[in-house]
Ligand binder design. Structure first.
Ligand code: C2E
Ligand code: MG
Ligand code: MG
Ligand code: MG
Length: 280
């Protein structure tokens, strides 16, 4: 009997594996098709100065307008795109779209160069790519956007693998006047010991710390210390995931420079963004 069960399990296992491979193959075809047929979208979430409610920038966040499944968030396709080595093409497309978008808002609404910057996420594979600097500089210059209006967000875990190589690359971006933010701070492997190697401009406190505020006293002290730490290093502090009045007040009282969260707005499409923030 045991043997029979084992056999059945084996068949089930094979079947699942087969199914998974099929799904991956399908997704690979779909992602490639999506890239060629403009199915990806960029949504924008405002980054707001909590002391005067001014929009100081926006984060570009990728979406996939899937023909049968509707609008998909990054959690539905980014890790698989990374596995299939398609993240570079998606990332370049997002960067290009975001730079062109901010440039066109600057022109359309007469924004000064220093009014706003746009933040774009870089995946760890992009950071490891030898051609990163070349492609970023080409994309930015073709868009006409001043490079200091661009901020690239990287995560702690993407720098720990080869900190020296990555540091060289980040210094090249810094020389181009592109700003760098450390995203999801406090969640990954801590790179505090390597922080001095990187020309980081701002630190984004991960939303899990903001969500936990007032629920876990000990964690609140960690949060306060993280903000102090960042300010002590002269970094700009962005709090992510601010949803409530209480969380906003806390960020304000701790001197967070910028706040990004559903309290102000979810990520929205370009048209909605301009209606909400520029057409006033
Ligand atoms: P992230 O870079 O940390 O972006 C912030 C995420 O937090 C976004 O999720 C945003 O919608 C969400 N968020 C912001 N405020 C709140 C809030 O108040 N409450 C809640 N519950 N959530 C909030 P999203 O758009 O689903 O993106 C998830 C992650 O996918 C991003 O996290 C980033 O790591 C990755 N990602 C998104 N777009 C790109 C991209 O173009 N390239 C790369 N490499 N990664 C991307
Ligand atoms: Mg980010
Ligand atoms: Mg984040
Ligand atoms: Mg994240």
């Amino acid at each position: 009997k045991a043997k029979r069960n084992g056999r059945n399990n084996f068949f089930i296992y094979c079947d699942e594996l087969h199914h998974e491979t099929q799904q991956k193959n399908l997704l690979e075809k779909e992602i490639k098709f999506a890239l060629q047929n403009d199915q990806f979208l960029v949504y924008y979430q405002p980054q707001i100065c909590p002391s005067n409610n001014k929009v100081k920038g926006m984060e570009a966040l990728v979406r996939w307008d899937h023909p049968s499944r509707g609008i998909l968030g990054p959690s539905e396709f980014l890790s698989i795109a990374e596995e299939l080595n398609l993240i570079g093409s998606i990332g370049e497309w997002v960067l290009k779209t975001a730079c062109i978008q901010l440039k066109s808002w600057q022109v359309k609404y007469g924004l000064a160069d220093n009014d706003m910057s746009i933040s774009v996420n870089l995946s760890s594979l992009q950071l490891q790519d030898m051609n990163l600097i070349e492609s970023v500089s080409r994309i930015v210059s073709e868009s006409g956007l001043s490079s200091h209006c661009l901020e690239l967000e990287i995560t702690e875990s993407s720098i720990i693998h080869s900190p020296e190589t990555i540091a060289t690359r980040l210094h090249q971006l810094d020389e181009m006047k592109i700003k760098l933010a450390l995203d999801d701070f406090g969640t990954g492997y801590s790179s505090i010991e390597h922080l001095h190697l990187f020309p980081i401009h701002s630190l984004k406190i991960d939303k899990s710390f903001i969500f936990a505020y007032k629920q876990k006293r000990a964690q609140d002290r960690v949060l306060q210390a993280m903000i102090k730490f960042a300010k002590y290093l002269g970094l700009s502090v962005i709090a992510e995931g601010v949803e409530t009045d209480e969380q906003l007040d806390f960020c304000l009282s701790q001197g967070c420079d910028l706040v990004q969260g559903y309290y102000y707005s979810k990520p929205i499409c370009a048209l909605e963004f301009e209606t909400k923030y520029f057409e006033t």
